[in-house]
Design a binder for this molecule. Structure first.
Ligand SMILES: Nc1ncnc2c1ncn2[C@@H]1O[C@H](COP(=O)(O)OP(=O)(O)O)[C@@H](O)[C@H]1O
Ligand SMILES: [Mg+2]
Length: 1023
């Protein structure tokens, strides 16, 4: 399996000096403890040692080593997300970042290095605890001034560089035994290449090193002075400085004093301009370019054009680092040095002004770069570079947004976040940037409409990409209204276009065509060629989905010509794809193949993954038409990319394509499962089968049913409905590969022979032997609470974290206890989505053992008919069961009004959201959403039944609970307002409406739905 991680180790241009013993010791400790924290004061060498250790152990972690630099972060709230990104977790809508890492890493063996944790210690502690609890083969190496304070953490205080022993001979050869002396020599040679440690200067070097307590950063700063001073002079100066300093700050720990004195001294030696530049550079997060320094650190007599001078001198004095990695050199201050510079900046009272300049600089940068990305007119290399640029500046963008928020500069926040839409799309940063945009809109209620509209449009587009259609429409409609008011044709055209895309994905083709047509007319009116080309492309797309191939060809050919003229690679790839698809539908196979191949290579050229996945799908279908066996592999490949991008809409289509192939290959059962799996996704996101595919879909459906017979078809359909995508993928793997599917019910060698395999359904396992057909486990009744904070009681005792051992056994119990019986592969897909079939055997075996041990009786999990299930025959209580049974009873109640007691039972059982606060995989998130929706429907039904019977007080109480659960549930708000009116409290209803307006404004920046406003008008009229 390829390595999971993307966050590679940073490269250091200077070699590690000494530290061999320390390195061995750290490596050894890391093999004993899964959380090792290197501690010590700033500048002692924690980061350097961690880097060396990470390099030394990298081969021990098959999934790789991931380096996460935390110094540039200020906000503890985004630590998990930043780690997730470095680990290479795909951005997945609505998922908690920690859970996403857990799911991605699962039981993979990986080392995560968290560098510079001190300012975020508690957030890191929480994250580390959750990750290590859930990922049993993960280790964490942290560096921090203080320990993190997590159970099981081992702290490893980093010592200073070794110093010459007292009384060591004064000869250079003897003194060079010490790491500190050799380090001094090494650093001095960087400024004076002819510098050599010799008998005449070695004692003075040793004196300097002792004076500086072996602290590498201090030695580095002092050694930079040998350009101007002999080592003897240096030692004397240090003595003088220390006499002053130590006299003043006796209470500080000696090493801290050494560093402080050295920093003060280095600072004193700067000329005035260098000092000014130095302290202003402290506002950058995660490094900066020369241009940025010119804009932020100049001023007050320092000319931007002369910035390179002070920067070079600061680098010579070791106060500034230079990284030559990317296309432009970047500079940064070492963490400890940056803190010092920040202090100086505050002292000079320049913080506010410099942060303002920083904000301006990055708002300007986005304004410059974003249109080049947005317009798509740059050559492919140019686009890559611009995207890299924004990626590198992300910490600075974050810092600038933070300052904009602190000082209430909503316009600047909108200028930064608003134009980042296409960057977020192409680099897959949907989540964080959508949040930036929403926060900026919310803060900027009085900002210029153009800025608000842009951010609303961007956020709406990202919501569409996440298949989050309702929030997408709210934002897009708000953007559209603003653009209309502004008379901004390009904006109107874009908003209409994205709204059209939402309609298309939802299968409302007529509406999609209307919106795209309107968009085209406006773009033409404004003479915007790119928007015109896009509109033709989208019209063609909606046409071929509806099987109108003739018009599709016209539109897409036009789009292709225009995109070629504009040099927009993404647009070219799209148009070719559409044309190729149409040709395939029309039976023009050769032409289709040529078009699709070209589309694929254009998409590959710019790394445009969505486009690649599309062309693979169409090429696969073309192969299938020819009866070429390569078809399945092409489609599987496409499925993998679409699924990885979390594009559920596309995932459904490819699953259906694969179903047709399975049927053709004589596997109707698999075809049925695939169709049902796709159906589940379609229902979840609310989308339909496109007319151009519906004949094929119906044929597969009918064919599978005819081949299997009604009963077997229904059974396979049920299996598919419950399956996870990964399950279906595993099902599809060609025979002989690692994830090949075996006939279910046959656990392979090495799997836990499940304890209950021989037991009948109603009995505990024979080998449990504690009782026979009794209905209670040896350990007593089990009580499972999954709604709200999760707990498990065995008899009277609560099952604690220590009983579970690690997080997976507990998650496994909740999964089994709240799902129908599951196959091993289904369990694997939910709990260990990244493990191979073989690895899964072990992981499941271990977790089952932990689970059975924690519950004190192996019979709680039963294995029969190829599936694992929770033993419901034994005495137990489960709030989910209560909730779902009550809901089912309510649904079956006749007359409908008789459902009230069952609904009330269901509502009472719902104490909170499913597994609230517990880190669990995506399966739990999906279940949580589903249960929350059921709960809200139950509340609405309760309220309506009360209201229908004239009991408005309890009705209002139910609606209020619905509103409290989801403040954006407008239906519940309307029902509640109606209740107030019925109770004679019209004024309250009106007030409620006004509050709702404010709430929607604040949370999503849009007005209430037309229906709500109409209700309000009616109510207000009554007063
Ligand atoms: N053993 C070493 N060899 C080479 N350079 C070192 C060594 N130890 C520390 N340094 C250098 O000293 C400076 C401070 O070390 P660093 O690891 O950043 O400290 P910390 O992380 O404890 O603040 C850095 O420039 C680092 O590269
Ligand atoms: Mg450090």
């Amino acid at each position: 399996m390829p390595s999971l991680v993307t966050g590679r180790l940073p490269v250091r241009l200077t070699p590690l000096v000494g530290r061999q013993r320390e390195l061995r010791d750290v490596v050894d400790s890391l093999s004993r403890s899964r959380l090792l924290t290197l501690t010590g004061p700033g500048g002692i060498g924690k980061t350097r040692l961690a880097l060396a250790a990470a390099g030394a152990v990298s081969t021990c972690y098959p999934e790789g080593v991931c380096w996460v630099e935390l110094a540039p972060l200020d906000d503890p709230g985004i630590v998990a997300r930043v780690v997730a990104r470095r680990v290479g977790v795909p951005d997945s809508p609505g998922q908690d970042a920690t859970a996403a890492i857990v799911e991605h890493v699962a039981d993979g063996s990986m080392l995560i290095v968290l560098d510079n944790c001190e300012h975020l210690a508690s957030a890191v502690a929480v994250l580390a605890e959750q990750l290590l609890g859930a990922c049993r083969a993960m280790s964490i190496l942290a560096t921090s001034r203080e320990v993190l304070g997590v159970d099981g953490e081992r702290s490893w205080p980093v010592p200073p560089l070794s110093l010459p022993e007292d009384g060591a001979p004064a000869a250079a050869a003897a003194l060079a035994e010490s790491d500190a002396v050799r380090f001094f020599e090494y650093r001095a040679r960087l400024v004076v290449p002819s510098f050599r440690l010799a008998d005449d200067n070695a004692p003075a070097v040793a004196q300097v090193c002792r004076r500086l307590d072996g602290l590498p950063l201090a030695i580095e700063l002092a050694a930079a002075q040998v350009r101007m001073l002999s080592v003897g002079q240096l030692a004397e100066r240090l003595d003088d400085i220390f006499a002053v300093l130590v006299g003043g700050a006796r209470t500080a720990p000696p090493r801290h004093q050494a560093l402080r004195a050295t920093l003060d001294w280095s600072h004193d030696l700067l000329d005035e301009d260098e000092r000014v530049v130095f302290r202003r550079l402290a506002v950058f997060a995660g490094g900066f370019t020369l241009t940025a320094a010119e804009q932020v650190a100049a001023g007050g007599g320092i000319r931007p054009a002369r910035m390179l001078g002070p920067l070079t001198r600061l680098a010579d004095k070791s106060l500034l680092r230079v990284d030559h990695g990317g296309s432009d050199a970047r500079y940064h201050l070492l963490g400890t040095v940056r803190e010092y510079a920040l202090e100086r900046l505050a002292e000079a009272s320049e913080q506010e002004a410099t942060r303002r300049a920083h904000l301006r600089c990055f708002a300007d940068l986005v304004e410059q770069v974003a249109p080049r990305i947005e317009g798509g007119s740059e050559g492919p290399l140019g686009l890559e570079r611009e995207l890299d640029r924004l990626d590198a500046e992300t910490p600075n963008l974050r810092a600038a947004l933070e300052f904009a928020r602190d000082c209430g500069d909503a316009n600047a926040a909108l200028r930064i976040a608003g134009p980042l839409g296409r960057f977020a799309y192409l680099r897959g940063h949907y989540h964080e940037i959508r949040e930036w945009m929403d926060a900026a809109v919310t803060a900027g209620t009085h900002a210029p409409a153009a800025l608000r509209a842009q951010a609303l449009l961007g956020s709406g587009r990202l919501a569409l990409l996440q298949c989050d259609y309702l929030p997408a429409v709210r934002r897009l409609e708000a953007a559209l209204r603003l653009y209309r008011e502004l008379g901004d044709a390009r904006g109107v055209a874009s908003a209409l276009q994205v709204l059209g895309s939402v309609a298309r994905e939802q299968g409302r083709y007529a509406r999609a065509m209307e919106l795209h047509t309107e968009s085209l007319a406006i773009a033409e009116g404004a003479g915007d060629r790119w928007a015109v080309a896009s509109a033709h492309g989208y019209l063609g797309y909606a046409c071929w989905l509806q099987a109108d191939f003739e018009r599709a060809t016209e539109e897409c050919a036009l789009a292709l010509r225009m995109f070629r003229e504009l040099g927009d690679v993404e647009g070219i790839a799209w148009s070719l794809l559409s044309l190729g698809t149409v040709a395939r539908h029309q039976g023009a196979r050769e032409q289709a193949a040529a078009l699709l191949q070209e589309s694929r290579s254009q998409a590959e050229r710019i790394g445009f993954r969505e486009g690649i996945a599309w062309s693979l799908e169409q090429l696969g279908l073309l192969a299938a038409d020819r009866g070429d066996p390569a078809a399945a592999a092409l489609l599987r490949n496409s499925l993998e990319i679409h699924h990885d991008l979390r594009d559920r809409w596309r995932t459904c289509s490819v699953l259906e394509d694969l179903a047709a192939i399975a049927l053709a290959q004589g596997n109707p059962r698999q075809a049925t499962r695939l169709l049902a799996g796709a159906e589940t996704l379609r229902v979840t996101i609310g989308t339909v089968i496109a007319p151009c595919d519906s004949a094929q879909h119906a044929a597969t459906m009918t064919g599978a049913r005819a081949a299997l017979g009604d009963e077997a078809f229904a059974a396979a359909w049920q299996q598919g409905l419950r399956a996870q995508i990964e399950d279906l993928q595993a099902d599809l793997a060609p025979p002989g590969t690692a994830i090949g599917h075996r006939p279910s019910g046959q656990p392979e060698a090495g799997t836990d022979p499940p304890a209950a395999r021989t037991g009948s359904r109603r009995k505990p396992p024979a080998d449990a032997g504690k009782q026979d057909a009794g209905s209670t486990a040896a350990s007593g009744m089990l009580r499972i609470r999954a709604l709200g904070a999760a707990t498990v009681h065995c008899g009277d005792a609560v099952v604690t974290a220590a009983d579970w051992g690690y997080a997976k056994p507990r998650e496994l119990l909740f999964l089994l206890a709240t799902s129908p019986p599951m196959t091993r592969d289904q369990l694997g897909a939910a709990l260990w989505p990244d493990l191979s079939h073989e690895q899964l055997g072990n992981a499941l075996h271990t977790a089952l053992r932990g689970l059975r041990r924690a519950l004190g009786d192996p019979g709680w999990v039963v294995y029969s008919d190829g599936r694992y299930r929770f033993n419901t025959a034994w005495e137990h209580e489960s709030d989910i069961e209560t909730f779902e049974q009550a809901l089912a009873a309510a649904r079956g109640a006749r007359p409908a009004a008789a459902a009230l007691p069952d609904l009330q039972r269901a509502v009472a059982a719902y104490r909170g959201d499913f597994l609230a606060g517990m880190a669990a995989g995506e399966w739990a998130q999906a279940r949580r959403d589903e249960l929350a929706r059921s709960f809200e429907s139950a509340l609405l039904a309760t309220g309506r039944l009360h209201a229908a019977a004239g009991r408005y007080q309890p009705a209002a109480a139910a609606f209020r609970r619905a509103v409290a659960h989801d403040p954006l549930n407008e239906t519940a708000h309307r029902e509640l307002m109606t209740c107030w009116v019925r109770l004679g409290e019209t004024a309250r209803a009106v007030r409620h409406y006004r509050e709702l307006v404010e709430l929607l404004q604040e949370q999503v920046g849009v007005p209430p739905a037309a229906e709500t406003t109409a209700l309000y008008r009616r109510l207000a009229g009554r007063r």
